[in-house]
Every structure is written in structure tokens, then in C-alpha cells.
Design a protein around this ligand. Structure first.
Ligand code: FAD
Length: 406
């Protein structure tokens, strides 16, 4: 009997896709933020994303998350927690190296791995606010990929208005008892360690009552939903988390009770810049694909790129990309110098994520019907990049923050 026709035959595994590099579009201005040591590092990171990540996009989209061992491989290759000091297992590098990891992920348009959230948000909370014991216990495990990190703020009833969260961590003397649920949590399904934003006080002032508590997977009462079915970023694990009488020792608190909001605010500038860095890199990669496509696609006896409307569209897009690139690079420089303001980061997040959507939309158009086909990276880029305008604080909230400073 034909195995393929047998009802017992397992479904065929999605194919592996080889990465083909697209010629990079000449830049309007040279970049000046990197030195040779950064470019050396970039070569290894590039190889990792081309060989260990890109080929699996279809398989990972089908299951709704990346392979668990990708995390261990990334740790081994030196891609995780690069800015965490060496004594805690990181590379002790500056954030230009972190930026390279995000740029190279953007270059292959892989929205599956939640590396930046793990390395650039979760680990820094532990580094900056954790006790010595927390740092020594968790950071090396996050750096090797033995543990996957997540941060759980958003709840079914509230996202932008973080002070209204309802998840509670009741003080029971020697432990906290956590009850509540979280939604849209990146790395949630594969997470081993979650920073849970919960209310520990009842003063009625949301900011003073909020704390950050470390909860490990496997703690009784802590359960995970299946990865949510999203319109884009389908290989990224985004899940619901449930806390039902979860008992955690008092020493699992990060910093001190009631300090959660202050800690969240202090880290926001970098967290928002991360989104701009990723959006910028993927907008550039999407444009490279579209430019290459119209140079090779023929219509009316000539390459589509030869039509003036197409050439002018490309001129507009490349100029927009250059504006974004300059803004992002200046913000990265400021971050490395320790001077990045939350307002500049909010501006970068807002403008670059909007620009990225405009560019991706035009790049779909440049591909004609093929741009609407899922197997074309430009189609995936179009929907994947839509999320940048929503998470990390929606762009409406970014406008609120910027306008308050004016
Ligand atoms: C792919 C993905 C990954 C995510 N990962 C995480 C994660 O790892 N951890 C986590 O905690 N959360 C995560 N989120 C959640 C994300 O941060 C929230 O969805 C986002 O902050 C918006 O919250 P909300 O969905 O509750 O929308 P709401 O806050 O309900 O907003 C609904 C609409 O109202 C607007 N709005 C709200 N308040 C104002 C205001 N003051 N002024 C003007 N307009 C306003 C918003 O801009 C939006 O358009 C993720 C979301 C997605 C899509």
C-alpha cells in the first residue's frame, strides 16, 4: 500500500529552505557606528541565522514556536546575553554587539526566535535589580540557553494601562501566593523563567503596588496555554500564562516590593529602541528583496525596475530607509554612551515601525501577485512587521510620551 495514502502516515515534515543572499542596496550614507571587531562578530552571527534559523521557518511556523534546541545552539554560538558581564556567563560586550544580533535576525526576516526579549529585556532586569544569588543562579543559564526567559505584563483585560493589572501576589509571610493570568507573552510556551508583573500592595496606587517576581516553569499552579495563532510572527512563541495559587519563595522578588513600576520605567528606553532596530533591519532586508525582484522581473519587454514610476518609488523608499537608519544609529550611539532618552527611544520606535510598515507594503506591491504568496519572504515581512506598531507600548502611547515632553 502507498505509504502516503495510508491514514496512519505521519504528515510530511515541512521542507528545509536554503537561504539565498539578496544583493544589498547601496546606502545613501555610510554607517559609522561599527568597528572591525563588530564586523568580525557579525560574520559568525550571520552564518548562524542563515544556517540554523532561516531554513526552518516553515516547520516552526507550523508548530507555532522555534525548536527548543535552537536556544542551546544560540547560547553555544555566543548570541545570547552578549551584553551581560562575563562573570555571569555573558560576553561582557557593549550593546553594539546586541544590535548586531538583532540586525542579522532582521536580515533573514526571521521573526521566530525571541532572542532580543530574552537577552536584552529579561536578563538585564536580573542583572540590574536581582540579588547576587539571583544573578549567579539565572544569568549563566540564560546565557547558555539552558533557560528561556519571558516577561509577563499584559493581561486579557489590560495592556497599555499597566497600572490596572489584576494579577496578585499576596504576601503570606515566608512566600507569595500568585493568582491571575497573562496574555501575548513572547517566549511564554518555551519559557523556563518568567518575570511576572503582579500587585503586591493594595494602596490603590497602581505604581506603588506593583512588583516583579521570578517564577520558574514547573512551579505547581503555573500553567501555559498553547502558542497563540497570530496573523504574523507565526514561528514566534506567544502564549497565555496562568497562575493558580502559585507559591513562590519571598526571595524570588526582583529588587523590593513596590519597586516594579520604577524598574519597568527605567528599562523602557532600550526596550523601545530594540523594536526600532529590528524594524529598521527588516525594512531594509525587505527592500533589498523587492529591488532585486523588480530588476529581474520582465514586463512589456524590459525589467520592471526600468519604469520611471518604479525607479521613483525605490528612490522614495531608500530615502525613507536612510532617514530611519540615521535616527536609529544615533539612538544606538546614545544608548552605548548612556545618554539615550526615553523620548528619543519612543520616537524611534514609533517612526521606524510606521516606516517599516509603509516600506513592506510597497515591497509587496513591487512583487505583484507573488508578493501576496506566503512562500515569498516579502509577504511574511508585511504581516510580521505589523506587530512592531503594537507591542512595547502601542504607537498611540508613544505619541503620548513624546507629546508630554514638548
Ligand atoms: C506579537 C506580540 C508579542 C507580545 N509580547 C509581549 C510580551 O512578551 N510581554 C507582555 O507583557 N506583552 C506582550 N505583548 C502585548 C503588547 O505589549 C500589548 O498588546 C500592547 O501593549 C497593547 O495592549 P492591549 O493589547 O491590551 O491594547 P489596549 O491597551 O487595550 O489598546 C487598544 C487600543 O487603544 C489604544 N489606546 C490605549 N490607551 C490609549 C491612550 N492612553 N491614548 C490613546 N490610545 C490608547 C491603543 O493604542 C490601541 O490602539 C505582545 C503583543 C504582541 C502582539
Amino acid at each position: 500500500m502507498d505509504a502516503a495514502a495510508s491514514p496512519e502516515a505521519p504528515p510530511a515534515a515541512p521542507p528545509r529552505h536554503e537561504f539565498t543572499a539578496t544583493p544589498e542596496t547601496p546606502k545613501l550614507l555610510p554607517r559609522t557606528i561599527y568597528g572591525p571587531e563588530h564586523e568580525d562578530y557579525r560574520r559568525g552571527v550571520r552564518r548562524f541565522f542563515e544556517t540554523e534559523v532561516y531554513p526552518h521557518w516553515e516547520a516552526w511556523e507550523a508548530q507555532g514556536h522555534v525548536a527548543r534546541d535552537l536556544w542551546n545552539k544560540a547560547g553555544e554560538a555566543g548570541l545570547l546575553c552578549v551584553a551581560i558581564p562575563e562573570e555571569f556567563g555573558g560576553l561582557g560586550a557593549d550593546r553594539l554587539f546586541s544590535t548586531i544580533v538583532m540586525e542579522e535576525q532582521g536580515r533573514v526576516l526571521a521573526s521566530g526566535p525571541g532572542f532580543s526579549l530574552h537577552s536584552e529585556i529579561v536578563a538585564p532586569y536580573i542583572l540590574h535589580y536581582g540579588s547576587d544569588a539571583q544573578k549567579r543562579h539565572y544569568l549563566p543559564k540564560l546565557a547558555t540557553g539552558e533557560m528561556v526567559g519571558a516577561i509577563a505584563m499584559t493581561e486579557p483585560g489590560t495592556g497599555s494601562d499597566l497600572q490596572s493589572i489584576r494579577t496578585k501576589a499576596e504576601d503570606k509571610g515566608d512566600h507569595y501566593l500568585i493568582n491571575g493570568s497573562k496574555i501575548f507573552i513572547t517566549n511564554g510556551y518555551l519559557s523556563d523563567l518568567v518575570i511576572v508583573v503582579a500587585k503586591t500592595g493594595s494602596s490603590g496606587k497602581g505604581s506603588a503596588d506593583t512588583s516583579l517576581i521570578l517564577v520558574e516553569a514547573g512551579t505547581p499552579g503555573f500553567t501555559k496555554g498553547k502558542p497563540l495563532k497570530k496573523m504574523g510572527m507565526r514561528a514566534q512563541d506567544t502564549s497565555e500564562l496562568f497562575f493558580d495559587d502559585v507559591k513562590v519563595p519571598k526571595e524570588n522578588i526582583l529588587g523590593a516590593p513596590g519597586m516594579g513600576f520604577m524598574m519597568l520605567m527605567q528599562q523602557l528606553a532600550w526596550e523601545r529602541l530594540l523594536i526600532a532596530i529590528q524594524a529598521q533591519a527588516s525594512a531594509e532586508a525587505t527592500f533589498d528583496l523587492a529591488r532585486d525582484y523588480v530588476k529581474n522581473r520582465q514586463a512589456f519587454g524590459r525589467p520592471v525596475a526600468a519604469f520611471q514610476t518604479m525607479r521613483h518609488r525605490m528612490a522614495e523608499l531608500q530615502t525613507e530607509l536612510s532617514v530611519g537608519r540615521t535616527f536609529v544609529d544615533e539612538c544606538v550611539k546614545a544608548e552605548v554612551a548612556g545618554t539615550l532618552s526615553p523620548v528619543a527611544a519612543a520616537g524611534a520606535k514609533m517612526w521606524v515601525s510606521e516606516m517599516c510598515s509603509r516600506v513592506a507594503d510597497q515591497c509587496v506591491q513591487m512583487h505583484g501577485g507573488y508578493g501576496f504568496m506566503w512562500e515569498y519572504p516579502v509577504a511574511r515581512s508585511f504581516v510580521d512587521n505589523r506587530a512592531h506598531r503594537i507591542y512595547g507600548g502601542t504607537n498611540d502611547i508613544m505619541k503620548e510620551l513624546i507629546s508630554r515632553a514638548l
